[in-house]
Design a protein around this ligand. Structure first.
Ligand SMILES: [Zn+2]
Length: 440
């Protein structure tokens, strides 16, 4: 029994094709191993005609369920459950309408209407998990949604060109074939590897294809002469992610964290750079890609890399704010091949410094997958690295899939077999506790 006045329906953690909802006509006393599953019951119906109940969520069309299981004067439907995304709704092998799409905060209207002028109607909110019904959080009156505060910064994509003419080690003007897609001021990297020189330029001359007001050999590099044709990396005027890309990631975050009663707090501040949303100018240490530590080591974590320090310097001082930075390319610092990585997060656990900005942020790249941002947020909320034993279908699994298929890496514990696996048992309660007050 769910009491709509004090309780909520919650989005299931189960793999939606796991068979835990049982057959289309479930026995009256059948039980489901999915503790978030539910069924309808009508007692003493107006007539013995087929008894049915209509379910309406948000502004979608009602779904009709027949209550075919009977015991005396009580009638029950089969089991159904709420799921977070469309792939679960239309999953193969699941009976019609057994998986129903819902978001945190949706109203579920359940209506038994046997005849004209005679209706029994209940409204239940989609929210916290059944395991946390009637908890003592002050948000109880809002049915206890936990709002995830995010801020997003999008860096521009690096652009690549070659010097149009040779420069000495002191020239203050650089010439490129074109400066049409370069930020109005910023840094360029000339040359590559250890022989690279970072140059700050104050302006551009579009007609001449020039970078002007150059300060040579900045950020610990040495000014040197370069031949025409030397490679140049610059901060382009194309952002590494569009607003549409980011909204798709946030949708994914909401779909996943619905399982734990967590929702992204709106509005989300998205910094797409200055005029024209060209992306934030790349700091010198991120021009050639975002470097992050190869090893996640507690308690002997390496200090932040130069790229990480550049991002930390841009961070908000607001506590309890998760920041996500979008870059085009990121790689492990000791990977000479610089293989593209999807994302990296800095949970409080590995912050060995006294700087609170050096934790609770994540960086994701253009190589990210549909679940990457949600996965990185899991690291921050759980305040943990990968764990041995997370099931193949866990959002926290190290090998995040590029799919929202029912058996992809998108479930948050407790998993059906969480106790046996030894992980995930308390994940939902833990991340709900840290969603509004981040681990520090
Ligand atoms: Zn991870």
């Amino acid at each position: 029994m769910v009491d709509p006045a004090s309780q909520a329906l919650s989005v299931s953690n189960h793999v939606s094709t796991d068979g835990s909802l049982g057959p289309e006509v479930a026995a009256f006393d059948a039980v489901s191993s999915d503790r978030d599953a539910f069924r309808f019951e009508v007692e003493n119906p107006v007539s013995d005609d087929p008894v049915s109940v209509a379910l309406t969520i948000a502004d979608r069309l009602p779904i009709l369920y027949n209550l075919d299981a009977r015991s005396g004067n009580r009638y029950r439907s089969h089991f159904l459950r709420l799921v977070g995304d469309g792939e679960d709704v239309s999953a193969l092998g699941v009976l019609n309408q057994q998986n129903v799409l819902a978001q945190i905060g949706d109203d579920v209207i359940i209506r038994y209407e046997p005849g004209t002028g005679c209706a029994d109607r209940h409204r239940i909110r989609v929210c916290r998990p059944a395991s946390e019904q009637n908890n003592d959080h002050p948000n109880q009156s809002r049915h206890d949604v936990r709002y995830l505060p995010l801020r997003i910064t999008v860096f521009s994509r690096p652009g690549r060109a070659t010097l149009a003419s040779a420069v000495s080690d002191s020239d203050q003007t650089l010439r490129l074939p074109s400066v049409a897609d370069i930020q109005p001021s910023g840094h360029v990297l000339i040359g590559s590897g250890d022989g690279g020189e970072l140059v700050h330029y104050a302006g551009t001359n579009a007609g001449a294809g020039e970078l002007t007001g150059c300060i040579r050999g900045v950020a610990g590099t040495a000014p040197i002469a370069h031949a025409a044709g030397a490679p140049v990396v610059y901060s382009s005027t194309t952002p590494s992610a569009s607003k549409t890309d980011i909204e798709a990631d946030l949708t994914s975050v909401n779909e996943r964290f619905a399982q734990s009663g967590i929702k992204v707090r709106r509005p989300v501040t998205i910094d797409l750079g200055g005029a024209g949303s060209s992306g934030r100018v790349l700091p010198p240490a991120v021009l050639a890609g975002y470097r992050f530590p190869s090893v996640f080591d507690v308690p002997n974590q390496e200090p932040p890399t130069d790229s990480e320090q550049a991002v930390i310097a841009l961070r908000s001082l607001e506590p309890n704010l998760i920041e996500i930075f979008y870059v085009d390319h990121m790689y492990k610092i000791d990977d000479s091949a610089q293989a593209p990585q999807h994302g990296y997060s800095r949970p409080a656990l590995i912050n060995n410094s006294a700087d609170p900005r050096a934790q609770n942020f994540a960086v994701v790249s253009s190589a990210r997958k549909v679940l990457t941002v949600a996965h990185e947020i899991m690291h921050l909320l759980l305040n943990d690295g990968h764990r041995v034993g997370d099931p193949r279908t866990a959002l926290f699994n190290e090998s995040t899939t590029d799919s929202k298929a029912p058996d992809s890496t998108k479930r948050i514990g407790p998993y059906p077999d969480a106790t046996a696996a030894g992980v995930g048992v308390f994940d939902t309660s833990k991340i709900r506790a840290s969603a509004e007050t981040l681990p520090g």
